[in-house]
Write a protein that binds this ligand. Sequence first.
Ligand SMILES: [Zn+2]
Length: 431
Amino acid sequence: MIKKTFNNMPKPHRWFISGVAGFLFVLILFPSKPVSAIKNAATTLEIGKRYDLDVNFDNFKVEDFSIVEEMNTPQSVVVKKGDNLATIFKRVGLSPQQTYHVSKAGTQAKKLLKIMPGDVLELQIDPLGQLVSLHYPYTNTETLVITKAEDNAFTSTIETLEVDTRLNYTQGDVTNSFWNAGLKANLSNNQIMQVAGIFGWDIDFALGLRAGDSFYVMFEEHYINGEFIENGDIVAAQFVNQGETYTAIRYQDGNFYTPEGRSMRKSFLRAPVNFRYISSSFKKRRFHPVQKRWKAHRGVDYAADRGTPVIAAGDGKVIKSSYDKYNGHHVFIQHGEKYVTKYLHFTKRKVKRGQTVKQGQLIGTVGSTGLASGPHLHYEFLVDGVHRNPRTVDLPKAQPIENKEKQKFIDIAKNRLQQLNNNKRIMLAMN
Ligand SMILES: [Zn+2]
């Protein structure tokens, strides 16, 4: 250990051994905080001063250096809010010069500009307060390694762990809510939201699900050295909603398509509010069909807590954003020539008249302003000026996959569908 410590000493810090009696002279050019490492050799040392220290070599024991070992152990530093490399280095006693040299350690070192609260940096600092190495695992599989080279220079490399990708499969039936069904099928919160996202253009997850609906999901899992690390992408999924089957296959561009190669993404989302926020219970909805209320006031009501975010169902332009005593705070959006969507009873409007909005953009928050008995979003969908049911209206056809990608995608889709059906069969046999 002592030998190792000696070898780690940077060039400017030489240990001079002199004298027949075996005196050791230590020359310290830039002593910084860890002077306690050699506290047995001196009483007080001042930063920036030069010292000649003599140590009785005959009495030199391993115990005297226990503290040295301790200081050489890598220390983990958790990045706090507002931290940057300089504040972290200062906290552990590293000089601004070292911060500078580390930040210049090649292009990879730029990753240190993007450290986030909660990230962990592993620092190895030698007994003289000089950084020996820095490890920054910025993903589960990739680590930035910065090591001290000659003099004050540092070099940087990326260490990559080999990831083994495996396919997993799950399925479930909707009995009360998709959220509960997803959890029961062992999908993570994230995966449940992803499935709702994949089918959100076709299915109204807030009000459109019925008991008997079912879903089938095939997804990747990442393993390192046989150990589960994280879920990967969903590669194929199916949702049966009110007897209609929707199938989505992921392509390498990260988008989902039908097995025929049409994008799952459409010009309108079925529901302008995240299904998780909808408070009306599943059962209640079955006994009070939306269709009935639909006829009464030509819109769909989504009961949700005050303040729940409401998003634009499609790209468009805000043609109205104002208040009146019936509609309360309301926003109307024009989508191309044909379509207008209307959103009523907001607590707060988040867009202005004339503003361009993107699909999924926040436009207001649920409230009960105007003629409303409780907080809810009243949503209307107009085609050529005529009110239509947003949950059943035929929407413009989605874009197909690019022609040059089509054959490749069709082959992948065929393979995925086969895998999905095999999995279904296996599950059926097990039940
Ligand atoms: Zn309403």
